[in-house]
Design a protein around this ligand. Structure first.
Ligand code: SAH
Length: 258
């Protein structure tokens, strides 16, 4: 389902009424060209987005670099391109959403805090499993901080869209899978990190089983008050540590393929 995407930002063609409104002279209105060099323009806008993320407390340079590298506007519908770098979730079709940049950055920063990396703060993570590929944006960001990314999506339409979105990036370390992420992906296990973009009642046992010792799970789960909260689960040689963090709003984790 590859759709034709405009460059970024969108070049606006002025309409006669907008361009000449209130003018009495015959001087032609200057065309409203937002930016002539799309890639440089989006780079500058991403740099500003990363500055805002830094102001919100994202301090890991690996996360900041990854967030500045990935062109988020390539993952959203053409009508939403100009909102791509706002801190907002956006619809990606089939009732699903791309998470807001601050949430993606926060969760990846948490993932990089895995026990195995405690004394290696500059290292990449090993293999990572993402549940909920959606449009593929977070998988692309993860590819900058992990050696391999396995990303599962249960909706065929989105799995295919993510494939099309990611193709131009030629990310050899990102593996897209169509399947039910509730059961993880045993063939790629054990994982240094597991990150979920959809929230269930609890973290499935299979994820814990597929996590390496020293690895970390970051996932939204139902909180005691009925909402959702981010949960961080560390698997250590001594056992499992579980921490509940801030409230979040994710689409529901559902079983089966559709
Ligand atoms: N990380 C995504 C966000 C996608 S929204 C991005 O960057 O765009 C969450 C996605 O999780 C949805 O596409 C939804 O279909 C998917 N999902 C929900 N339950 C799932 C499951 N059991 N297995 C795989 N994907 C699931």
């Amino acid at each position: 389902m590859a759709s034709q995407r405009p460059g970024f930002p969108v070049r606006l063609t002025p309409t006669a009424s907008a361009a000449t409104r209130g003018r009495t002279s015959a001087v032609p209105a200057k065309p409203i060209v937002v930016q002539a060099a799309p890639s440089m323009a989006s780079e500058a806008i991403r740099a500003r987005m990363v500055q805002r993320l830094a102001a919100q407390g994202i301090s890991d340079p690996r996360v900041r670099r990854a967030m500045s590298a990935v062109e988020r506007h390539r993952f959203v519908d053409s009508a939403l391109v100009n909102q791509a770098y706002e801190d907002t979730s956006l619809p990606i079709g089939l009732g699903q959403t791309i998470s807001k940049p601050s949430v993606v950055a926060r969760m990846i920063e948490l993932l990089l805090g895995a026990p195995a990396l405690v004394n290696k703060p500059a290292d990449k993570l090993g293999r990572v499993l993402e549940i909920g590929t959606g449009c593929g944006y977070q998988a692309a960001v993860l590819s900058h901080v992990a050696s391999e990314v396995y990303s599962i999506e249960r909706l065929r339409g989105l799995h295919e869209r993510a494939r099309a979105n990611l193709r131009p990036f030629r990310l050899a370390t990102v593996h897209l899978l169509l399947g039910d992420g509730m059961v993880g992906f045993a063939k790629g296990a054990p994982y240094a990190g597991i990150i979920a973009a959809a929230g269930g009642e609890a973290v499935p046992d299979t994820w814990l089983a597929q996590l390496a010792v020293g690895g970390r799970i970051v996932a939204p789960t139902q909180s005691a008050t009925g909402g959702q909260a981010l949960v961080v689960i560390d698997k250590t040689a001594r056992g499992v540590d579980r921490r509940v963090l801030e409230a979040v709003h994710f689409v529901p984790l559902k079983s089966g393929i559709a």
